[in-house]
Design a protein around this ligand. Structure first.
Ligand code: FAD
Ligand code: DLZ
Ligand code: SF4
Length: 507
């Protein structure tokens, strides 16, 4: 009996489990550009264009491999608008009574497939190192979940950077070498691909249907097939990886990419295989072309953080995105959507996000994330913003990064302390403060950097939760030693600033 094989926009992998379980002689691959997926958050137009263009090219590739592909374009008149709608329509058209699917990366779609009137057999997504069972087994019985220990197990399991049962170089983690600030960079950034006919058609479609969404559609330069994604990886391994470790946390105005790989879009969509990417990086170290701190740092992000995030998402369940352990409720301010702000750091990250649908990790964590947390913004709204604006954002990876790592809204399930900082850290790691209307050295007063006052305001209002945290004792010690009058001024100024922010002033 003929089956349908669903391939979603982030499942563009030749070895996808659903394809492996199907019979290309009889089964029909279903791929569909649908409004429900393109609008469940107001995605950045570059993200939608990347997804549709890569889907169209993957469908052509599958056809070349002998598969029959039933592909629905967004503007097809018969398009039902949702994945389940398309499965029902295609099942009727092809006389299929069953669907095979690789488990989606989002509870919303997993549930929709479970509720589909045509039976959908969801097979595990084995493009990850840790299965759900492996992660659950690892987490079970642990008082605290910490990425570092999980990461070590992933090193042992994959053999990456291992010398026998010991880590290469004698240390598991070289992060302490990776915090250098930088004043100039030599890497010229990712390869920029000129849109071909397929991409251009998609760009025209996206411009007409999603042109009002936040984000610049053009210039569009993303890779949209596996060969191009591989070329970007090769380019970065030679030109970016050697310095990646040293400057992983650095930020410069006008340098949105720094030494970062820009491969998350491609890995998450299935155009690159994560383990293969790691092996390529390891080979650079083995050949003496990249230092261990860079290669270890990069591999840790993929087999450590990326896998850990997915584990936390699936372990926590669908309500994870609604967690709000700190009770934050302020509305996401318009400056996240590009309204003017005097804060150079936040303005720069939002502007480059609008331009490229990309910001690197420290920008997401220590600029926009830090700001949202200090300002007490409702974490669900923060989550929806990140899910919309970044081209690599799918809930399984975005939500743990935002709800857990960045907003501490899961109450510490993912990390032991909140990532908050005053302006001092931003000044150390970037050149933003030099061109800012605020003065980073001013702790109070009309020109004081808002991060400076908000930082203490955050600690003060969450004293009950954090004062006993051993990693935060020093901060509370400093606050408590401060003159009472000064503390009062800081809190009053922070409070007044937040009122102006809430009122929509261009602060
Ligand atoms: P590089 O710095 O070159 O890192 C290499 C690779 O490591 C990345 O491509 C990515 O696959 C992986 N990686 C690094 N850090 C993480 C991490 N924390 N979690 C998962 N994978 C990681 N990453 C996403 O893929 N999708 C998201 O929606 C996403 N949202 C984020 C939201 C916040 C608030 C924060 C703090 C981080 C988020 N990240 C997300 C993680 C990280 O910022 C991006 O993976 C990274 O910026 C992608 O750019 P790159 O390929 O140049 O990364
Ligand atoms: C992100 C996205 C978008 C914008 N559009 C589609 C689409 O039209 N069809 C599709 O199959 N997938 C799309 N995707 C990716 C899905 O949203 C993604 O598969 C789920 O969020 C699960 O990770
Ligand atoms: Fe950001 Fe403060 Fe520096 Fe301005 S002074 S760029 S607001 S950290």
């Amino acid at each position: 009996m003929v089956k349908l094989v669903l391939v979603l926009g982030d499942q563009l992998s030749p070895g996808l489990s659903a394809l492996r379980a199907a019979d290309r002689a009889v089964d029909i691959v279903v791929m569909a550009e649908v409004l429900a997926e393109a609008s469940y958050v107001p995605h950045h137009p570059k993200k939608i264009a990347f997804c549709f263009a890569a889907m169209r090219k993957f469908a052509i590739w599958l056809t070349g491999q002998g598969w029959i592909v039933a592909y629905t374009r967004l503007d097809d008149p018969d398009n039902t608008g949702s994945i389940v709608g398309e499965l029902i329509r295609r099942a009727a058209g092809f006389g299929a009574a069953q669907v095979l699917a690789t488990e989606p990366g989002e509870f919303r779609l997993i549930t929709a497939l479970q509720d589909c009137p045509i039976p959908v057999h969801q097979v595990a997504d084995d493009r990850f190192i840790a299965s759900h069972a492996l992660f659950e087994g690892w987490a079970e019985g642990r008082k605290q979940l910490r990425m570092e220990y999980f990461y070590r197990d992933m090193r042992r399991l994959t053999g990456l950077l291992m010398e026998g049962d010991q880590p290469a170089g004698g240390q598991w983690n070289y992060d302490h070498d990776n915090r250098k600030s930088v004043r100039a960079i030599t890497f010229t950034g990712p390869l920029q691909f000129v849109p071909d006919k397929i991409v251009q058609e998609v760009l025209d479609l996206v411009a007409s249907r999603f042109g009002e969404n936040f984000g610049d559609l053009t210039p569009f330069w993303f890779a949209t097939d596996a060969d191009q994604a591989q070329a970007q990886l090769d380019h970065w391994l030679i030109h970016g990886l050697p310095q990646y470790g040293d400057f992983q946390d650095a930020m410069l105005a006008g340098a949105p990419f720094m030494y970062h790989a820009l491969v998350s879009f491609y890995i998450n969509a299935g155009l690159l295989d994560p383990l293969d990417v790691c092996r390529r990086a390891e080979a650079e170290w083995q050949a003496g072309r990249a230092p261990l701190n860079a290669v270890e740092g990069f591999i840790r992000q993929i087999i450590g953080w990326r896998e850990y995030m997915r584990g936390i998402y699936f372990l926590s369940g669908p309500d994870y995105v609604h967690r709000n352990a700190l009770g934050h409720s302020a509305t996401l301010p318009a400056l996240f959507w590009g309204a003017p702000t005097k804060m150079t750091c936040v303005g720069a990250v939002v502007a480059q996000t609008r331009e490229h649908a990309y910001a690197h990790h420290i920008q997401r964590l220590m600029i926009t994330g830090n700001f949202a947390l200090l300002a007490g913004i409702d974490p669900y709204q923060v989550h929806e913003w990140y899910l919309a604006v970044y081209a690599d954002a799918y809930e399984w990876v975005e939500a743990p990064n935002v709800i857990g790592m960045s907003q501490f809204a899961d109450g510490g399930l993912l990390g032991s302390k909140p990532y908050v900082s005053s302006g001092n850290y931003i000044d150390k790691m970037s050149d933003y403060c030099k061109s800012c209307a605020y003065k980073v050295k001013d702790k109070t007063g009309p020109d004081a950097c808002p991060f400076n006052t908000l930082y203490w305001h955050f600690l003060d209002r969450h004293r009950d939760r954090f004062a006993a945290n051993p990693r935060m004792g020093n901060m509370y010690g400093t606050w408590d030693r401060m003159d009472l009058g000064k503390r009062g001024v800081i809190l009053a100024e922070a409070g007044a600033w937040l009122v102006r922010l809430e009122a929509g002033e261009a602060v």
